[in-house]
Structures are given as structure tokens and as C-alpha cells.
Design a protein around this ligand. Structure first.
Ligand code: PMP
Length: 334
């Protein structure tokens, strides 16, 4: 017998299960499948980007043990960079808008990141969290991960998420659905799947208040259609990770629809998810309703509901924000 091989944490990103969403599959007559990215070591889809960005920087000689990685993050990329960074010998500094869930900020601190909360500002403002991270890197000589425009992010999905889905569905996937934060997940995964079969559709799920639905539907980002509580998604510009991506269809999903989906999965299927997963699944169902039964539609279960206990799973917060956890999916998706 050959001796077994064991690997450190950074080798255990990806290879996540593909979970059948039973009720929504029955409702639509399609297979609606969710890639369980919340099962990654740092608890989200962003571990793949973090690993890809770190590995690419190492190959270019931009990182050596003991170095510091700085990033502007809504939380999950910072968590991924911190846990994978620790496994590889790096320190992390995370610039996070103070509007993000307190659970993510507390978790980042516990994990050992140097966390700096800043007021939420648009990208056009020099005080936007990404610009602060870039300037800090320049001043201190730190490595800036630059998840939005560093295409090592989408390449990580091209080399992992895409092949995993192709293998797990035995090539039967008809559509891949994802919301956009940086666009790395949607672009990298759908680019790989489309290379395997040009029949695979790339579908963008967008919350209100973002510009991606408008960009893929009308070709401009000049839109002001509301707001969303979904964290980690909601992009207003065409990042380098989105550049060149062909999207076949885009859907806007409102927060109530996403919330009803999150609660149905929690109460009836044992899945505890954040709101961006609900937005993704909402768009997967809309596409299924449009394309008809017998299609295999894959989407991303981005992170767990644990990170949003004080908001999405807190009745006072829900009431104050006019969201109803008891409104059924049949009503919102009807
Ligand atoms: N959902 C959550 C909860 C996230 O944190 C992110 C990343 N910011 C996404 C979805 C979107 O992923 P991507 O950056 O690959 O577009």
C-alpha cells in the first residue's frame, strides 16, 4: 500500500458539493442545483479568488513569507485572504465598509486580520474602500489583492469552479447563474463551461441598485433602480474580471424574493444561506420558468446565514426594513 498524502488548509479550497434544491426543482421541472461554496475553509465562494490571487502573486515574485496582503472587501474576500494567507505565512489588512454585517467584521478580527472600517462611499469617491486599500499598499509596500481588476480572480474559477461543475453534472449543465460582486465567479466559470459546450447559457443575477442587469441587457451602467441589503454583490462598473464576458440573459431579483427563498431552504431543506445566494437562486428559477422544464441549471450558494444573524434572521431588523420571512416562495415566484 502506498503511504497516504495529506495537505494543509490552502489545498482544501473548492471541490464543494453540488446540492439539489428539491422544492424549486419540483416547482420548475428543472434540476436547480447549488454549488455549496459556504463549505469552503473561510466559508464562502471568495476562498477560490483569494487562493488564486495569492498563488498568482507568489508565481510573479510579488509575495514572500511574512509579507502583508491588503484588500478592500465586503468581508468574504478578506476572510479568504486571511485564512489562506495564514496557511501560507502572510498577514492581512482588510478595509471594510462599516455598513457590512457586524458578524463579518467580528469574525475578521478573531481570525487575526488588521480590520479597518471606513464609511461606505461610491467608487467615484477617493475615500471608497478599494482606493484606500490601493493607497495603503503604495505607501506601506504591501501587496494589494485588487480582487475587482486582478483577473487571477476569474482564472481561479476558470480552473476550479467550471471544471468541477462540468464533472459533477457529467456535462449535462445547460445554464450557470451568478450574481456579480467582482464578476470573477460568473466570468471564470461561464467562460470554462462555454468552452466545453457553446450551448451552456451564462446568466447574471442582479440585485436592485446595481448596474449589471442594465449593462448586459441595454449596454449601459447608467441606472438608478433602488437598493438591496445583499452584501458582496451589486456592481456599478465593468471590472476587468467582467471584461469580455458574454452573458445570455440577466435578471433583477428583489430582496423579498431572495429572502423568501432563503427562508424556504432554511425551514424545509436544511440550508442556511446569505441573501446573495437567494438572489442567485431567484434568477435561476426565473430562467427555468422562461426556458421550460428538463434543463439543468447550476448556481452558487455563496456563503452561510451565520454571517447575517443580526440582520436577515432578526425579526426586528426584518420588520424595520419591511421584509417578511413568512411570505412564501410560491407568492414571490408565482
Ligand atoms: N456573494 C457574496 C456573499 C460575496 O461575498 C461575493 C463576493 N464579494 C459574491 C456573492 C460575488 O462573487 P464575485 O466577486 O465572484 O462576483
Amino acid at each position: 500500500m502506498t503511504s497516504p498524502t495529506y495537505h494543509t488548509l490552502d489545498h482544501h479550497v473548492g471541490n464543494t458539493p453540488l446540492i439539489r434544491l428539491r422544492y424549486l426543482s419540483e416547482l420548475t421541472g428543472c434540476e436547480i442545483l447549488g454549488k455549496a461554496e459556504f463549505m469552503n475553509p473561510g466559508g464562502s465562494v471568495k476562498d477560490r479568488a483569494a487562493l488564486g490571487i495569492i498563488t498568482s502573486a507568489e508565481k510573479q515574485g510579488l509575495l514572500k513569507p511574512g509579507d502583508t496582503i491588503v484588500e478592500g472587501s465586503a468581508g468574504n474576500t478578506g476572510i479568504g485572504l486571511t485564512v489562506i494567507g495564514h496557511a501560507r505565512g502572510y498577514k492581512s489588512v482588510v478595509i471594510i465598509p462599516e455598513t457590512q454585517a457586524p458578524e463579518k467584521i467580528a469574525l475578521l478580527r478573531t481570525l487575526g486580520a488588521d480590520v479597518r472600517t471606513v464609511p461606505a462611499k461610491p467608487y467615484s469617491d477617493p475615500e471608497n474602500y478599494n482606493h484606500i486599500a490601493r493607497r495603503l499598499a503604495e505607501e506601506k509596500g504591501w501587496f494589494w489583492a485588487n480582487q475587482f481588476d486582478n483577473t487571477a480572480n476569474r482564472l481561479a474559477h476558470y480552473h476550479s469552479t467550471g471544471p468541477e461543475i462540468w464533472r459533477q453534472t457529467k456535462g449535462s449543465v445547460n445554464a450557470f447563474v451568478a450574481a456579480i460582486g467582482t464578476g470573477g465567479t460568473l466570468a471564470g466559470t461561464s467562460m470554462y463551461l462555454k468552452e466545453q459546450s457553446d450551448k451552456v447559457a451564462a446568466i447574471c443575477a442582479d440585485p436592485y441598485g446595481a448596474a449589471m442587469w442594465s449593462w448586459f441587457t441595454h449596454g449601459h451602467t447608467d441606472i438608478d433602480d433602488g437598493d438591496s441589503f445583499a452584501e458582496g454583490i451589486g456592481q456599478g462598473r465593468v471590472t476587468q474580471n467582467i471584461e469580455g464576458l458574454h452573458v445570455d440573459r440577466a435578471y433583477r431579483v428583489d430582496d423579498q424574493t431572495a429572502l423568501s427563498i432563503v427562508y424556504q431552504l432554511l425551514r424545509e431543506e436544511g440550508l442556511f444561506l446569505g441573501l446573495s445566494s437567494g438572489i442567485n437562486i431567484g434568477a435561476a428559477v426565473r430562467y427555468a420558468q422562461e426556458i421550460g422544464h428538463s434543463h439543468t441549471i447550476v448556481t452558487i450558494l455563496c456563503d452561510s446565514g451565520h454571517k447575517y444573524q443580526s440582520k436577515l434572521f432578526n425579526s426586528e431588523w426584518l420588520q424595520a426594513n419591511q421584509l417578511d420571512p413568512d411570505l412564501s416562495v410560491d407568492v414571490v415566484l408565482g
